[in-house]
Write a protein that binds this ligand. Structure first.
Ligand code: HEC
Ligand code: HEC
Length: 343
């Protein structure tokens, strides 16, 4: 509560003077040294404090949905790295049931493909999908803009973020992107280890070694994804969800899904595009014992006749210990990303 009050004061003060810094973090885009270069088009839409704060309000405001019942934050909750801890399949307006698990939102500026099937290629377009989807917010961009124009506070917020008189849907998308671009998660124990600020335990170190040997090809770089689409053997048939093939209409993409980042993975259950696993143990049991063969199964998971990755019970314990070092409490507690309407 005390923190929120401090933040509120800062927000109020910053209305008159520009150079008051927030308690701890700045509003400049952060570029962690151990990350690959960002791909977001910052030239068109640089992060500003007014823009990111506007995006923060929009993200937490159910006004973006048809009946003002659902905000982005309903399905993307900060405490769990902006994933959905409750629903295997996400729930939208009127309790409509989606068909995929809501992924974490973090390090979006570094990502080329959005959604499990890469159906969206640019961060700015993601909210169009969320707002207009019948199973999410079921609203139109025009209606949202009309509602924002009628609001007591949004016109002023938009003016200070974009220095224009009229609220447009593009400004709304830009503000949401600025907010999401600011969401960089790079202060986990693992990052501190990479920066030589801390040591890993023996168990975690051995877990990291197992990870490097068996998982790193796909969960690559310190983003823990190679941004590709692969079939990791969850199913033998893909009638329920063809994954990447839905977008490319190429049968060679059947059953392939985006390799998800594993940052904050201890927090982001349930796992996989359909949220089928609740624990990391189940995920590892999948890789060791349950990988299913199909035309598009990734070659890395098929050595001759044998499927999957050989992992002993002890190795799984070590792997899980390592995966837990990817949790970043700085990120999940960062006031810049918290609900601005809760005072
Ligand atoms: C009803 C739940 C729901 C709501 C509301 C919702 N999302 Fe999502 N979000 C999802 C699901 C489910 C996916 C994955 C969709 C897919 O893969 O087909 C997703 C995907 C995303 C992604 C892509 C992440 C990635 O790594 O690919 C971003 C970014 C995102 N949402 C942002 C938003 C924003 C911004 C809003 C508000 C304008 C929003 N979401 C509202 C459920 C929701
Ligand atoms: C061949 C590439 C590949 C390899 C190797 C691989 N993964 Fe994955 N991983 C994926 C893909 C693709 C998904 C998403 C699949 C889906 O949802 O349909 C995934 C999903 C996951 C998830 C769920 C994350 C979430 O947010 O839902 C975890 C955890 C995970 N992998 C851990 C591991 C570990 C640990 C290893 C090594 C033992 C490993 N993976 C090896 C490709 C791979």
């Amino acid at each position: 509560m005390r923190f929120t009050t401090v933040l509120t004061l800062i927000l109020l003060v910053s209305g008159c003077t520009d150079d008051v810094e927030p308690v701890k973090n700045s509003y400049a885009f952060e570029m962690p040294a151990n990350f690959p270069a960002p791909v977001y088009t910052f030239g068109n839409n640089p992060v500003s404090r007014a823009g990111a704060e506007l995006g923060q309000m929009l993200f937490y405001d159910p006004v973006l949905s048809l009946d003002s019942s659902i905000a982005c934050a309903n399905c993307h909750q900060q405490a769990v790295a902006f994933s959905d801890p409750v629903h295997r399949f996400s729930r939208g307006v009127d309790d409509a049931v989606g068909f995929r698990n809501a992924p974490a939102i973090q390090n979006m500026a570094f990502q080329n493909n959005f959604f499990w099937d890469g159906g969206v290629k640019h961060l700015d377009f993601v909210p169009i999908n969320a707002v207009t989807s019948k199973i999410e917010m079921a609203e139109t961009l025009d209606q949202v803009v009309q509602k924002l124009k009628r609001s007591k506070f949004y016109p002023e917020k938009f003016r200070s973020a974009f220095q224009e008189d009229q609220i447009t849907s593009q400004q709304m998308l830009y503000a949401l992107s600025q907010f999401m671009n600011l969401m960089v998660s790079a202060n986990s124990k693992y990052d501190q280890y990479v920066r030589k600020e801390t040591d890993l335990t023996k168990e975690e170190t051995e877990g990291l070694e197992i990870f490097e040997a068996h998982c790193r090809t796909c969960h690559a770089t310190d983003l823990f994804t190679d941004d590709s689409f692969r079939n990791n053997g969850l199913d033998a048939g893909f009638e329920k969800d063809a994954g990447r093939e839905r977008i490319t209409e190429f049968s060679g993409d059947r059953g392939k899904f985006k390799v998800p980042s594993l940052r904050n993975v201890d927090l982001t259950s349930p796992y996989m595009h359909d949220g089928r696993f609740n624990t990391l143990q189940q995920v590892l049991d999948h890789y060791s014992n349950m990988v299913k063969d199909s035309e598009t199964l990734d070659p890395l998971l098929k050595q001759g006749e044998s499927l999957g990755i050989v992992l002993s019970a002890e190795e799984k314990v070590k792997l899980i210990a390592f995966l837990k070092t990817l949790s970043d409490e700085t990120f999940t507690h960062d006031k810049r990303f918290a609900n601005p309407f809760i005072k």
